[in-house]
Design a protein around this ligand. Structure first.
Ligand code: PAF
Length: 278
């Protein structure tokens, strides 16, 4: 299994591949079916695939969230191995990725970071782009795969790639869900079994709002009512948003590429989800 644990080893291996089909799947580990779907797709679409596993400290805005983040390197390696033992895995140390200070650089995001996760988690997207830029620089991918569960992250990465002329195509991949509809996330591991089962209501609520031709006010009222029935879940926001600008829309219109986004916390775990309006 090709496992590289520092940049020097990665560079030595990366320069052997001279083609134009190198795919990257950046992850923070604790891999679930959602990650594996990204890896499988990268595997189908590229000759050389890199999966990175690194819990990036600069994108966490509270220490307890960072310390609670699940780590399962051995199981992650086994899961990747099952897809294809030739996939390259890069699992560096903090010192390797942040040799000087563990600090996020500031980036300009055309206001895409002023709403939702960006508003609730100051500096989060600076941390994400800081590490994604280091990983892109190291792996030099032609294609990079990101899930639509983190839709705001995906749009910010697309915008960053475009404005900085990075020659990587960003490949968005659909949300993979648990049997009850809960969007797959490494954080789901931190929920008790009962709460994880109850959390299925989030997707059912979004699905109802997205497919019934409801007006914006009716959507917000429906989401508020649904959360009121599940008092353990604190609703941070529910927003109908334009997919490109991430700005709240004045009127809901299924033809205009709009999405409904929610963020909630339960048992100290933050969960996010979104759905396209149909
Ligand atoms: O989506 C994630 O898991 C992380 O934000 C990423 C893109 C791997 C950067 O640390």
């Amino acid at each position: 299994m090709p496992l590289y644990q520092n940049l020097e080893a990665l560079h030595r291996e990366r320069k052997k591949y001279l083609g134009n089909q190198c795919g990257l799947v950046p992850t923070m580990g604790a891999l679930h079916q959602g990650h594996l779907a990204l890896i499988e797709r990268a595997q189908i679409e590229n000759e050389s695939v890199w999966v990175t596993i690194f819990v990036n400290p600069t994108q966490f805005n509270n220490a307890s969230d960072l310390h609670a983040y699940p780590v399962s390197l051995k199981e992650d390696i086994e899961a990747i191995h099952k897809i294809n033992p030739a996939i390259n895995i890069f699992a560096p140390s903090i010192k390797d990725m942040y040799p000087e200070e563990v600090h996020a650089k500031s980036h300009a995001f055309n206001a895409l970071d002023t709403v939702m996760e960006g508003a609730d988690r100051p500096d989060h997207f600076n941390g994400v782009i800081t590490i994604v830029s280091k990983l892109f620089e190291a792996v030099q991918p032609h294609y990079a795969y990101f899930g639509e569960k983190d839709f705001q992250q995906l749009q910010i990465i697309k915008n960053w790639v475009k404005t900085t002329n990075i020659p990587t195509t960003i490949v968005p991949c659909p949300i993979i869900r648990e049997a009850n509809g809960l969007a797959m996330s490494s954080r789901n591991e931190l929920l008790t079994k009962t709460t994880r089962a109850e959390a299925g209501f989030i997707y059912n609520t979004l699905k109802h709002c997205a497919s019934n031709g409801m007006k914006k006010a009716a959507i917000y009222a429906h989401i508020a009512n649904a959360f009121a029935k599940h008092p353990a879940f604190t609703l941070h926001y529910a927003l109908c948003v334009d997919e490109m600008t991430l700005k709240e829309v004045t009127e809901v219109n299924a033809k205009d590429n709009q999405r409904i986004f929610v963020a909630t916390s339960v048992e100290g775990v933050r969960l996010i989800d979104n759905i396209a309006l149909k």
